[in-house]
Design a protein around this ligand. Structure first.
Ligand code: GLY
Length: 556
């Protein structure tokens, strides 16, 4: 080989090495809502698992150590990016309405909503999706068996762990319903009352259910002794689950929604979550404004005006895509956003009731999120839920499985507010086997040089929190600030800006009120964002857990 050829070859090799070095993260990272769940995921990565194996371990561990937020009795959405193909998919593990469910199942003979019927107890529970998702991830995306990836969660359930102050606060908020069911109280309370600091939460029955899934995969939950106990217990408690509900449950791989905002490619949750659609519609409305030249208060006003319009469309058009037609191309089109933007004024709020009326609804605030990046560049953003704190509060006897109350995410009755003071639309009416609308917004952000993985719990506020994280990412701030900065929110109805302490200065509050905004200061902070940033140019990986929660991030 001549020297010219050799030099050419060397050049090709060097360029190739530089490209692949730039495309592979120097470190792996996990951010989750609990240190024990982050540790479980890291352990699996160290054992040679990929991000999808780690996702199984983290999700299962969260089901044990953060039972108020998610669990085997719940569901959620896993956004997956496979480095080898460069493709993203959304694993839809959302709960489904039981086949015996009906549109008016939570109304009395006079058509009035039966108080709390869609919130407390087994009638409030949809058919869980998380166990099917764990098995699907292991079979289709992971490389380790469930016996390995579920081992940390099984040990945590069997041996127990000391709960933190967050658990004690959450129990206090749901004490009444946790006391109502003896099988629930026996696990989550201490002598029938609020546990004292230092309480060790041991879940031996849940460990056995996890072992059944580890041994038999999906069938370990949806068939056999676990299914029998779930069905017996739900029926005894007044629920309507049947064996065919469990047998027929399937997760679905869906195309995420995608869009671009100022050079950032955004990949996010598709329906039946409203998250990605509302996020992209908001960003499309904001896109042409020269944000860095605007006064901060004007920017906040514009963000609120964009949310007002995007959240309204959520209520009007969104539901389970297997049941209702969603005009996705229109909702995500920049031209449609331009039409919405045309009525936005820089100096004045538009009252929500000047827009065509649309019923609207938000979901429970007590979900969980985790983000994972592995050394191959695979990514997972997963937001999981049992809906309200501790879901329905009902543990199916002999399983330790706390059932969700995700049925409350359907429109129980168009125009009637749910537990969060919001009402729902026709596209999200209850139907047998239908998935209820969600706000969960697991999201990837990507520019030529940077990749971010982000999400949070927080009900309808999830989408506004992720919007603010996108704006912070666009402005070049690090994830430690996206997860920390005070937040503000608007969701069309109620027509008010809700804001955390410190989110709006006194001068900003005066200006916004003069523009016609109604302000609703919140006494407490909300959200529990878990974020990862891989800067390809700098060759760094950062991860951050929201200081509002007890989460932990790890980079190694
Ligand atoms: N239940 C929370 C959500 O789906 O948004």
């Amino acid at each position: 080989m001549g020297w010219r050829m050799r030099r050419c070859l060397l050049l090709i090799l060097l360029v190739g090495a530089a490209v692949s070095a730039a495309e592979v993260p120097p470190k792996a990272a996990i951010a989750s809502a609990h240190p024990l769940a982050t540790a479980a995921g890291m352990k699996i990565l160290r054992q040679g698992g990929n991000a999808f194996d780690a996702a199984v371990a983290v999700a299962a561990a969260l089901a044990v150590v953060e039972p108020a937020g998610s669990g085997l009795g719940g569901g959620g959405f896993f956004l997956l990016h496979r480095a080898a193909s460069g493709r993203a998919v959304m694993l839809d593990a959302r709960e489904k309405a039981p086949l015996a469910a009906g549109r008016d199942m939570y109304l009395d003979g006079a058509g009035k909503v039966i108080a709390r019927a869609s919130i407390d107890g087994p009638l409030a529970a949809g058919i869980p999706g998380l166990p099917a998702a764990l098995a699907y991830l292991a079979e289709n995306h992971g490389r380790l068996p469930l016996s390995r990836t579920l081992a940390p969660a099984i040990r945590l359930a069997r041996e127990g762990f000391e709960v933190g102050p967050g658990y004690l606060r959450q129990v206090a908020r749901r004490l009444e319903v946790l006391r109502r069911y003896p099988q629930t109280a026996a696990i989550f309370l201490q002598n029938g009352d609020k546990p004292r600091p230092g309480f060790r939460l041991v879940q031996k029955d849940l460990a056995k259910v996890l072992e059944a899934i580890a041994a038999e995969g999906k069938a370990g939950f949806y068939r056999g002794w676990v299914a029998e106990r779930l069905l017996d217990s739900v029926r005894e408690g007044g629920g309507i689950w049947q064996a065919r509900d469990l047998k027929r449950y399937r997760v679905v791989e869906r195309r995420p929604v995608e869009g671009d905002f100022r050079g950032i490619h955004i990949v996010s949750a598709a329906p039946p979550s409203s998250g990605g659609v509302v996020l992209l519609e908001t960003l499309n409305i904001l896109s042409p404004y020269a944000m860095h030249t605007l006064a901060p208060v004007t920017l906040k006003h514009l963000v609120v005006e964009a949310w007002r319009r995007a959240y309204r469309d959520r209520a009007l058009y969104l539901g389970d895509p297997d049941f209702v037609h969603i005009p996705l191309a229109r909702l995500l089109s920049p031209d449609y956003a331009a039409g919405l933007r045309a009525a936005v004024r820089l100096d004045k709020a538009l009252p929500s009731d000047y827009l065509n009326p649309a019923p609207e609804k938000a979901e429970g605030a007590d979900t969980t999120h985790f983000s994972i990046l592995d050394r191959e560049g695979n990514r997972v953003a997963a937001t999981l839920s049992v809906n309200y704190l501790f879901g329905s509060g009902f543990v199916a006897g002999g399983t330790g499985v706390l059932l969700n109350d995700e049925m409350d995410d359907f429109s129980i009755k168009p125009g009637t507010p749910n537990i969060y003071g919001l009402v729902g639309g026709e596209a999200n009416a209850i139907a047998p086997g239908k998935r209820m609308l969600s706000s969960m917004t697991p999201t990837f952000l990507e520019t030529r040089d940077r990749v971010a993985i982000v999400g949070t719990p927080g009900g309808s506020r999830i989408i506004s929190m992720v919007t603010l994280a996108v704006l912070d990412f666009a402005a070049g701030f690090p994830p430690s600030l996206w997860v920390k900065w005070p937040r503000y929110h608007h969701q069309y109805l109620p027509d008010e800006i809700q804001f955390e302490p410190g989110a709006l200065s006194a001068a900003e509050r005066r200006t916004l009120q003069a523009m016609g905004h109604r302000l609703h200061p919140l006494a407490s902070r909300y959200g529990n964002m878990q974020a990862i940033l891989w800067d390809k140019k700098k060759g760094t990986v950062e991860a951050a857990s929201d200081p509002r929660g007890e989460g932990a991030s790890s980079v190694e």
